[in-house]
Ligand binder design. Structure first.
Ligand code: ATP
Ligand code: MG
Length: 420
């Protein structure tokens, strides 16, 4: 049997990257006092209908919806922010903390055409800074994304920023944009023609070369922004300069979700592949109120873990922990000596494996070599009867015999030896 289309197993050889990302993220975010949260993977369909926006790709064609046994409409979450906004409201987090700094890592689901960097079950790492409208909050989240990527030895990135104003400013702009694009209707790509009716802003994002060319002379969103929005954006650019974070203003950068306002940003790899956006984020000042909570201005981002791993695979160093002690067990009916040994190894936290194969010495030695163990503890009948261990160092084939009584001391020296 195969896994479902667009899903995949993450096996031990790959999981080391996931663990590394988790470890580094947790360390950096904890320093900045961000706290991990885990919200449910299933939410009511209505949550996403009310937040993401009716004419977005996600709502139109990508959601995994089903009815449960009581005919409740349920959705496998396509993204993380809506669930967090819901959790802020459900748990009234705003009462205890005026500002909540949260992060998450987990699976998301979108019914898309699977291809490189695009799956139906994928994972996002995301942060949300909830409760501040100052530009410094935007900068804090951007800086954190960059810090995490740098720590993962990912240097080949570009940060693109834009301001998309609020919904009123956008409405006026969209009118003018549609008027302009209508003149070139037949030259637009098929997707953009469709979007002209329901989601014209997304046309700015089109990868089609002809459409991009038409867009060069199109009205620009920044000319529709209020002074307040412009000031916010300028402040962000200034602080990015101050922090020496290289960025590019991209007038055509819009996000695929409707709840964003003002700041929008993406971090991309410079590689020219199709799915080159690693991180997407922005401000969402109205979302929590829109979902029935108080007005709580917020900003955040999400990184696609699978795309991130493809870009860091060859650069980040992962130390693979190896089995140090391989316990060769030649009499499976006498287990008490094995457990005595294990309890002592546990004290020193050395990685070990008990051979469970019930095979002969040669086969067990072969396996110990195969997995690269440093030494074997050989336990046969003589060892059991006289309470000692035959130790074999695999690299040199040196053998020693030590009494169980001296094992603790032996491991203490071994641990010191391995650490230096
Ligand atoms: P795209 O334009 O590539 O479809 P998006 O705008 O739909 O991206 P967001 O909703 O902003 O993506 O999600 C943030 C990040 O999550 C993306 O930049 C990407 O790294 C990752 N991501 C989104 N959809 C997928 C997917 N189907 N498979 C793998 N990663 C994804
Ligand atoms: Mg998408």
């Amino acid at each position: 049997m195969q896994p479902l289309r667009g899903t995949k197993d993450i096996l031990p050889t790959e999981i080391i990257y996931w663990q590394k990302i988790y470890e580094i993220t947790k360390k950096i975010l904890t320093t900045y006092n961000y706290h991990e949260v885990r919200t449910p993977i299933i939410e009511s369909t209505e949550l996403f209908l009310r937040s993401i926006g009716n004419f977005t790709d996600i709502i139109n064609k990508e959601m995994y919806n089903f009815n449960d046994q009581r005919q409740r409409r349920i959705t496998l979450r396509p993204e993380g922010t809506a669930g967090i906004a819901r959790a802020v409201i459900s748990n009234k987090l705003y009462l205890s903390n005026k500002i909540s700094k949260l992060w998450y890592l987990g699976p998301m689901f979108r019914y898309e055409r699977p291809q490189r960097g695009r799956q139906r079950q994928f994972h996002q790492l995301g942060i949300e800074c909830i409760g501040s409208s100052t530009p410094m909050a935007d900068i804090e989240v951007i800086r954190l994304a960059i810090r995490i990527l740098q720590k993962l030895k990912f240097t080949n990135w570009v940060l693109e920023v834009n301001s998309i104003g609020n919904s009123r400013e956008r409405e006026k702009y969209i009118n003018d944009l549609v008027m302009y694009l209508n003149k070139y209707y037949s030259d637009l790509d098929k997707d953009s023609q469709k979007r002209l009716i329901h989601n014209p802003l997304r046309i700015l994002d089109s990868k089609n070369l002809k459409t991009q060319e038409i867009l060069i002379d199109a009205p620009k969103l920044k000319n529709y922004l209020t002074l307040e929005a412009l000031n916010h954006f300028n402040e962000i650019c200034d602080q990015l300069c101050l922090l020496n974070i290289k960025y590019k203003i991209n007038d055509n950068l819009v996000r695929g979700l409707d709840y964003y306002n003002d700041t929008a940003f993406e971090i991309k790899t410079k590689n020219n592949n199709q799915q080159n956006t690693i991180c997407g984020g922005g401000r969402y000042d109205e979302l929590i109120q829109q979902l029935g909570g108080p007005h709580i201005p917020s900003v955040g981002w999400a990184i696609g873990i699978e795309r991130l791993i493809t870009t860091i695979e060859n650069t980040v160093e992962i130390e693979k922990k190896k089995v140090i002690i391989y316990i060769i067990n030649l009499n499976i009916y006498k287990s008490d000596i094995i457990w005595k040994i294990v309890k002592i190894i546990e004290i020193y936290q050395l990685q070990f494996e008990i051979d469970l194969s019930n095979t002969n010495l040669n086969k067990q030695l072969k396996r110990a070599n195969q997995i690269g163990s440093k030494l074997c503890f050989i336990i046969g009948n003589d060892e059991i009867n006289n309470q000692y261990i035959t130790i074999k160092w695999l690299e040199t084939s040196t053998q020693q015999k030590i009494s169980i009584l001296h094992l603790q001391n032996y491991l203490k020296y071994l641990k010191n030896y391995l650490d230096t």
